[in-house]
Design a protein around this ligand. Structure first.
Ligand code: AHG
Ligand code: MN
Ligand code: MN
Length: 342
C-alpha cells in the first residue's frame, strides 16, 4: 500500500491510479470502472440531498419537470448507475435489485469483460424520514465466451468477486471499496466534488460492541436463533451484553459495525424462510469487504462467499461483522449433527 502523510490530499482517482501501479498485473479497466461508479455515486448523492425538497422544487419550477423530480429515488438511482456505466466499454452486462432480468449493454456500445451487480438504493424506505441510505455494488469477471453477459456470469459465488463496495449517503457521503487489497474509505468533499481518502486500510475489531438486528421477529425465529440473540445480549450470562443499534438501512448498520465493531444479523424466519437480504447485491459485496477488513460473513451454516447462487434475486440469511461474533452464530446455529462432529 502507498503510504500517505496526514496532510496528503488523496482523491479517489489518485488512489485508484496508485493502486494500479502497485499491482501492474491488475487490469486498468477495473480502475476505470471504480471511477465510473464513484461518478454515479456523486450524482445519486446530489439527488438524495434534495429528497425532502422534491415537492417544493416541483411547485416552483416548470410543471413538466415535476414528474421527473418526484420519480422514486430508487428508480432514479438505478437509472443513474446504468447511464453512468453502460457506454464505458468495461461491462458486458449488469444486474440490479430494481430490474427483473439482466440489463444488457445497448447494441451501439462496446461490451467489456466485467459484470456489475448492484442495489441502487439500499434502505430506501428510510428516505422520507432523513435516515442514511446507500448503494451497494459487486464486480465479477465474465466467464462465458460470447460478447454479451449471460445469467451464468451473474450467478458466480461471492469468492470470485474482483471488487465490491458501498456508498453511504449519511451525514457525509462516503464510498468504501475493496479490490482484494484491503478496504479503503473515501469521504465526499461537497465543495470540490471529490471523494478524498479518509479511512485507509479499514480493520474491523475482532469482537463487537454493537448488535444490529430487528428483534420484532423474535416470535417467528427458530429457537436456536432466539438462544443466539439472548447470548449476544448477555441474557444467558455467557458473554458481556452487546448494545443494540438498528437503523434499518443495511449499509448504515454495516458501516457503523465495520468501523466500531459489531454484528449485523438478519436470520431466516417463518415468514422469510430464506431470509430477506439479497445474496448477489447485498450479502456478497459486504461479505467481501468484511473479510478484507478481518471480519466474517455467514448464512448460519456456511461462509457467504461460498454460497453457490442459483437465481438472480436469491435471498439469504445473513450474519456479518466482527469475527468472533459471527463465529458464535456459526457455532450456535450449526445443525446438531455437525456440532457433534466438531
Ligand atoms: P432495500 O431498501 O434495498 O429493499 O433493503 C432494505 C433492507 C435493508 O436495508 C435493511 O437492513 C432491511 O431491509 C430491513 O428490514 P426489516 O424492516 O425487516 O428489519
Ligand atoms: Mn437493500
Ligand atoms: Mn434497494
Amino acid at each position: 500500500m502507498v503510504k500517505h502523510t496526514a496532510t496528503s490530499v488523496v482523491t479517489i482517482e489518485r488512489y485508484i491510479i496508485e493502486q494500479e501501479r502497485l499491482y501492474p498485473d491488475a487490469p486498468g479497466e477495473l480502475s476505470g470502472l471504480l471511477y465510473d461508479i464513484a461518478l454515479a455515486a456523486k450524482m445519486i448523492a446530489n439527488k438524495v440531498r434534495m429528497a425532502g425538497l422534491a415537492d417544493i422544487i416541483g411547485a416552483t419550477e416548470n410543471e413538466n419537470v415535476q414528474g421527473e423530480i418526484q420519480q422514486k429515488l430508487d428508480v432514479l438511482a438505478n437509472d443513474m448507475i446504468i447511464k453512468a456505466l453502460d457506454h464505458s466499454g468495461r461491462l458486458c452486462a449488469m444486474a440490479s435489485e430494481e430490474e427483473p432480468d439482466i440489463i444488457q449493454i445497448p447494441d451501439n456500445f462496446r461490451c467489456g469483460k466485467y459484470c456489475l451487480l448492484f442495489d441502487p438504493l439500499d434502505g430506501s424506505s428510510n428516505i422520507d424520514v432523513n435516515v442514511p441510505v446507500g448503494t451497494i455494488f459487486s464486480v465479477v469477471l465474465k466467464i462465458t465466451r460470447g460478447a454479451r453477459g449471460e445469467m451464468e456470469d451473474m450467478l458466480q459465488p461471492g469468492r470470485r468477486q474482483v471488487a465490491a463496495g458501498y456508498v453511504i449517503y449519511g451525514s457525509s457521503t462516503m464510498m468504501v471499496y475493496t479490490t482484494g487489497q484491503g478496504v479503503h474509505g473515501f469521504t465526499l468533499d461537497p465543495q470540490i466534488g471529490e471523494f478524498l481518502l479518509s479511512h485507509p486500510n479499514i480493520r474491523i475489531p475482532e469482537r463487537g460492541r454493537y448488535l444490529s438486528v430487528n428483534d420484532s421477529y423474535e416470535q417467528v425465529w427458530e429457537e436456536d436463533v432466539r438462544a443466539l440473540m439472548r447470548r449476544y445480549r448477555g441474557l444467558d450470562g455467557v458473554r458481556d451484553p452487546m448494545s443494540v443499534r438498528y437503523v434499518g438501512s443495511l449499509v448504515a448498520d454495516f458501516h457503523r459495525n465495520l468501523l466500531g465493531g459489531g454484528l449485523f444479523a438478519y436470520p431466516a424466519n417463518e415468514k422469510n424462510p430464506r431470509g430477506k437480504l439479497r445474496l448477489l447485491y447485498e450479502a456478497n459485496p459486504l461479505a467481501f469487504i468484511v473479510e478484507q477488513a478481518g471480519g466474517l460473513a455467514s448464512n448460519g451454516s456456511i461462509r457467504i462467499l461460498d454460497v453457490e447462487p442459483t437465481e438472480l434475486h436469491q435471498r439469504t440469511p445473513l450474519f456479518i461483522g466482527s469475527k468472533s461474533d459471527v463465529m458464535m452464530a456459526d457455532r450456535m446455529l450449526a445443525a446438531p449433527v455437525l456440532a457433534e462432529q466438531a
